[in-house]
Design a protein around this ligand. Structure first.
Ligand code: PMP
Length: 359
């Protein structure tokens, strides 16, 4: 009896011993859990799963892209000690600042000057050189992305990582997020849906799931979810003829005015798209807290609403996967403030109002 117990302990111990560490910040990126959302799954008769990207060491889905665009620069001959320059309003900058610190690169971030002081402070604490510039449209040469590109070209041994159009971003998800989802669902996933900023997540995961399922004679569908104010839903529903937008959104990091190179790699293979209104996204921020104990940002909430609606459309018995992009910590002074919600005319159902704790 004792020998059997000892043998079990020793097998367990060997399991821990072989997996006892990862290599630095970079080694900790990825392999995030896939969380079953119990209540929403029960309501739809489907299995609704969220990839817990907020568990990445830099706190968001963008750690993966940040690592891959830096690796891409290295593969193209960057010297150690160089400078990484990017235009970003949020999570990519945070991911890049971490990755650059861990690899010994300088990190310069151009961002629109409309961004919160918290984000600027965090990037500076992570060692980045933050340059807020006037918030102007992409077509304007003074747009933060164009300024980032010009600055990188003006100094020696620097690279502009170009997260929107550098497809190393989508490759991160093709090589890591997609295979993880396939393995974690043991190939039972039917559909994947998420919103896009650069489009890297949707294009990379979507392409991997499409290709791997085709090898088994199956088809995993991928769908695009859009916030108000983005042109992509109109683009999808008009067969690529229109790029209309209406309204604006409280969500951050998602919504687009163009088809980026990352999204272009897979947009033609998507099964459909849907726009999710802010009223539904904000309610889901609070529902996820109340029902699942999950503290997530508004883009995550939008993704979960979209997964729920897709599950309803596909019918019971399906497995639908989406992305839990980041936590609410970066947005809490807005999302949990009564005044802010009122200023956006967003109403929280009575039974969830207890979570609106800030004035
Ligand atoms: N959610 C948040 C909070 C983000 O910061 C981003 C990236 N901008 C996304 C979703 C979308 O990810 P992707 O760039 O891969 O489309």
């Amino acid at each position: 009896m004792n020998r059997i117990v000892l043998k079990k302990v020793s097998v367990l111990w060997r399991g821990f011993a072989t997996n006892s560490h990862v290599d630095g910040f970079i080694g900790a990126i990825g392999n995030t859990p896939l969380i079953k959302l119990k209540r929403l799954s029960e309501e739809t008769g489907c299995t609704i799963l969220g990839k817990a990207e907020f568990q990445n060491p830099g706190g968001s889905v963008k750690d993966r892209a940040a690592l891959y665009v830096v690796k891409d620069a290295e593969e193209k001959g960057r010297q150690p000690g160089g400078t990484v320059v990017e235009g970003t309003a949020g999570n990519t900058g945070i991911g890049l600042a971490h990755v650059c610190r861990s690899k010994g690169y300088k990190c310069v971030i151009y961002m629109p000057n409309t961004q919160s002081q918290e984000k600027i402070d965090l990037l500076q604490m992570l060692g980045a050189d933050v340059r807020p510039v006037p918030a102007v449209a992409y077509e304007n040469p003074e747009n933060y992305n164009h300024q980032a590109k010009r600055y990188a070209e003006s100094i020696s041994n620097a690279v502009w990582t170009d997260q929107f159009d550098n497809i190393a971003n989508a490759r991160a998800h093709y090589e890591t997020t997609g295979p993880e989802i396939w393995a974690q669902t043991k190939g039972t996933v039917h559909a994947f849906i998420c919103a896009t900023g650069t489009g890297g997540t949707l294009a990379g995961v979507g392409r991997f799931l499409r290709e791997v399922s085709a090898k088994e004679g199956k088809k995993v569908e991928s769908w695009l979810a859009d916030p108000p104010g983005s042109v992509l839903d109109s683009y999808m529903n008009s067969g690529g003829k229109l790029m209309e937008r209406s309204g604006s959104s409280i969500t951050e990091g998602i919504g687009q005015g163009r088809v980026t190179q990352n999204l272009a790699t897979e947009i033609g293979n998507l099964s459909g798209s849907m726009t999710i209104p802010d009223e539904k996204s904000i309610e889901m921020v609070y529902r996820l807290l109340d029902e699942e104990g999950l503290y997530v940002g508004a883009s995550t909430a939008l993704n979960v609403v979209a997964a729920y609606e897709l599950a309803r459309k596909l019918g019971p018995g399906r497995t639908v996967v989406t992305v839990l992009c980041d936590g609410a910590y970066r947005y809490q002074t807005r999302l949990f403030s009564r005044k802010w919600l009122e200023s956006k005319s967003l109403n929280i159902p009575d039974h969830l109002r207890k979570y609106v704790v800030l004035p």
